[in-house]
Design a binder for this molecule. Structure first.
Ligand SMILES: [Zn+2]
Length: 233
């Protein structure tokens, strides 16, 4: 089988492949991926902080309720007519008063702690928001640069694609199909020559003699290791 046309096709395709690789390997693309990841992390963190803040706010509500109940009990105690009470009752009352006061005291401390917690969550939240905004802005910049790069290379890509369409006409359709299958899987070069008597010219793996014996009939065989088409020069 004459492979000259396919090899010619591959030569032109190599230029297209190299442009594609250039775009894939663009540092802006890598940076954009990193930034997207960073933005996502910041978003997750924001949600976590929001949940945490909601929990603390609930805690504060409970503490306030508790505080108000204690305060009410204290007020009603203070209103009692002490003259009519026995010594025993007065003692009880005084103990109760002490208990309520200490409750109020510790509740106040807890409330203060919760307020501090809310503040630090807020600080962290603002920090995270800033991080997100900056990542987002940088991401947009990167995206614009990638678009610019893509646009700049587009005319050359189109030209090569047109050339390939012309070259394709001279290639055996079945062979072309096999070529394109591999090309779509990002295998390049697709077709390589045999190295020595029985080695793949790309990955250098040894090809089975049974396959080698077919190469004269079929023109190409597939390397089982790297899936490339192998031909004999
Ligand atoms: Zn191989």
């Amino acid at each position: 089988m004459d492979l000259t046309q396919l090899l010619k096709y591959q030569d032109t395709d190599a230029k297209l492949f190299s442009i594609e690789q250039k775009l894939v390997a663009s540092p802006h693309k890598k940076k954009a991926n990193e930034l997207a990841l960073l933005a996502k992390k910041a978003q997750t963190k924001s949600t976590e902080l929001e949940n945490e803040a909601n929990n603390v706010l609930k805690e504060i509500d409970e503490l306030k309720n508790n505080f108000n109940q204690n305060k009410k009990s204290l007020d009603s105690l203070l209103k009692k007519e002490l003259d009519s009470l026995s010594m025993e009752e007065l003692d009880k009352l005084s103990t109760l008063k002490g208990k309520i006061l200490s409750n109020l005291n510790s509740l106040e401390k807890m409330l203060q702690k919760s307020a501090e917690k809310i503040n630090s969550i807020l600080v962290e939240f603002n920090k995270t928001k800033k991080m997100y905004d900056s990542a987002k802005a940088q991401f947009e910049e990167c995206k614009a640069k990638i678009q610019e790069e893509t646009k700049m290379l587009e005319p050359e890509k189109e030209k090569l694609k047109k050339e390939l369409l012309e070259l394709e006409k001279a290639v055996n359709p079945k062979l072309m199909e096999e070529y394109k299958k591999r090309r779509n899987d990002n295998i390049f070069p697709v077709i390589v020559s045999l190295e020595g008597k029985n080695f793949c010219g790309r990955c250098r793996m040894e090809l089975p003699m049974a396959a080698i014996s077919k190469i004269n009939d079929t023109g190409v065989i597939t390397c089982e290791h790297c899936k490339r088409l192998v031909y004999k020069k």
